[in-house]
Design a protein around this ligand. Structure first.
Ligand SMILES: [Zn+2]
Length: 129
């Protein structure tokens, strides 16, 4: 496998650890979304973050469900953005990228049958019931 430069920042070598958690492009998204999740970004690497999330995001309360959803959506969108840049030659600005992630999370939360929760209602701008 050829070593390539990260297409998200164009400054570092690409690796899973870099793309998803170390890249400045990804870190900006994590910082923004983790604040919405109520847990300021801790700057952990992939394995440490998964361990942290496993410990702190236990259960199925509406806030925890939203946080778990956020994790999956962010990872998916970072990977998708990387592939769009490589295979389609298109790229989103960080603002459009962040908006796309927020829209996906809000849309998914709207489809869930969650009990009323202030994080979901206020931070994600979704009217839970
Ligand atoms: Zn990068």
């Amino acid at each position: 496998m050829a070593v390539t430069t990260c297409v998200l920042c164009n400054t570092h070598l690409e690796s899973h650890a870099h793309i998803f958690f170390e890249c400045l492009f990804s870190r900006a998204i994590w910082t923004q979304l983790m604040n919405i999740c109520g847990s300021p970004w801790n700057g952990l690497c992939w394995n440490a973050f998964i361990d942290w999330a496993y410990t702190h995001w236990r259960g199925n309360s509406p806030g925890i469900v939203a946080n778990k959803l956020c994790l999956g959506v962010v990872v998916y969108h970072i990977w998708r953005e990387r592939n769009c840049r490589i295979f389609e030659g298109s790229q989103k600005t960080s603002l459009v990228f962040a908006r796309s992630i927020n829209d996906t999370i809000r849309c998914r939360l709207s489809s869930f049958n969650l009990k009323k929760h202030p994080i979901i209602d206020l931070n994600w701008n979704v009217n839970s019931s």
